[in-house]
Write a protein that binds this ligand. Structure first.
Ligand code: FPP
Ligand code: ZN
Length: 418
């Protein structure tokens, strides 16, 4: 069966034995957990009753229409994301590439022109025109431009200035602040490493001490926290691990402890992932948590681990696909956190990204698919480090590797001094 798709046509049985047991000690948390399990039981049984053939279906057309509309018109509900507009571009464009829906060239060009207006004189990108540069929208912008992948898109990035910006947020201990005068956490190390590696401006000096700072974020649980000393969380763990992979030092993490922590975050009954211990399932962790498994698989393989599967990641890929397809789809398009929640572009992007990870296994032996439901449920593959399609990563690297790495005699705070 190597390399051939494995058809998964039927649902898993939802066993009551997998439900949360409070051992007679009811708490606010245990009550919430039970409510979520009930809602999932309801949603899945309704689905099985409505559909004669129990095949979960990805609502492609509905998601496509929802995403297409979002590129031009956003409802008032998105007002609160006025400082995250490049994120909206990335979430929508990446969802469309996962659905293998081409982006019309006029829309691509309009998005480029909008993102160009978000680049500030500091070299970073802001959450909207006229705002301050910040590492998170800088990451989202570079990813969105790489998805578009045209000369127009690449040429928007002023690499010399972007390097200035990265230096302006670098800290003496190796960490990065999210923006000048802002907070430090491990997201910034990933955002900086991601944009620097994609655009070929990564210099060893810029990331001096960064890996030792990230290592301090791995705690006794096995996962990573936002800053040293806090609780492990999937969002930060993904950022820390992916940054370590980009910087070539992933073997320095305690990979086995990380593996144990992340696989324990997949919920027994729900099939989806929680972000941290004792919290509720949420569709977006389908990427932040399950996306760690391809990174861990490769890291353990590089470390000489000989017992690794050549067909499957080390999580329940079928259970995650069921959670996403049965519990996270809005019937009119868009995906969501859990039953009862509203759809949004963030959850649409990360539910689809996680679904892609759960469908596609990739190793040196070649790919192996595990598609739950119909053939049409198959999504494109996503790159586990950057979360854009691998061809777009390769194309961007090919483009930027032809350009010289800017000379780096900058120092921390260089852009403020000049
Ligand atoms: C907890 O929210 C969420 C966080 C503390 C941050 C999550 C971080 C990410 C998703 C990574 C972001 C990545 C980049 C590249 C910027 P909560 O307390 O509402 O959720 P919970 O109950 O599920 O823990
Ligand atoms: Zn979420």
């Amino acid at each position: 069966m190597d390399g051939l798709p494995t058809p998964l046509r039927c649902f898993r049985e939802h066993h009551a034995a997998e439900k949360f047991a409070d051992d007679g000690a009811e708490t606010v948390t245990s009550v919430e957990q039970k409510k979520v399990e009930c809602s999932i039981e309801e949603v899945t049984s309704v689905y099985k009753q409505i559909h004669n053939i129990p095949q979960p279906t990805l609502l492609r057309e509905q998601h496509y229409q929802y995403l297409k509309k979002g590129l031009r018109h956003l409802s008032d509900a998105y007002e609160c994301l006025d400082a995250s507009r490049p994120w909206l571009c990335f979430w929508i464009l990446h969802s469309l590439e996962l659905l293998e829906e081409p982006i019309p060239s006029t829309i691509a060009s309009d998005v480029c022109q909008f993102l160009a207006r978000c680049q500030t004189s500091s070299g970073g990108f802001a959450g909207g025109p006229g705002q301050h540069a910040h590492l998170a929208p800088t990451y989202a912008t570079v990813n969105a431009l790489c998805i578009i992948g045209t000369e127009e898109a690449y040429s928007i990035i002023n690499r010399e200035k972007l390097l200035d910006f990265l230096w302006s947020v670098k800290q003496p201990d190796g960490s990065f602040v999210m923006h000048v005068g802002g907070e430090v956490d491990v997201r910034s190390a990933y955002c900086a490493a991601s944009v620097a590696s994609l655009t070929n401006i990564l210099t060893p000096k810029l990331f001096e001490d960064t890996t030792s700072w990230i290592l301090r974020c791995q705690n006794w649980e096995g996962g990573l926290s936002g800053v040293p000393g806090l609780e492990a969380h999937g969002g930060y763990t993904f950022c820390g691990m992916a940054a370590m992979v980009i910087l070539g030092k992933e073997h320095m993490l305690d990979l086995k402890a990380l593996l144990r922590w992340v696989v324990s975050r997949q919920m027994r009954f729900e099939g989806g992932f929680q972000g941290r211990c004792n919290k509720l399932v949420d569709g977006c962790y389908s990427f932040w948590q399950a996306g760690l498994l391809p990174l861990l698989h490769r890291a353990l393989f590089k470390d000489g681990e000989s017992t690794l599967s050549r067909q499957q990641w080390m999580f329940e890929q079928q259970a995650l696909q069921e959670y996403i397809l049965l519990c996270c789809q809005n019937p009119t398009g868009g995906l969501l956190d859990k039953p009862g929640k509203s759809r949004d572009f963030y959850h649409t992007c990360y539910c689809l990204s996680g679904l892609s990870v759960a469908q596609h296994f990739g190793s040196l032996d070649g790919p192996h698919e595990l598609i739950l439901g119909r053939e049409e449920n198959r999504l494109a593959v996503t790159h586990p480090v950057y979360n854009i399609c691998p061809e777009k990563v390769a194309q961007a690297l090919e483009h930027f590797l032809r350009l010289p790495v800017p000379e780096d005699n900058r120092q921390r705070g260089a852009s403020e001094q000049s």
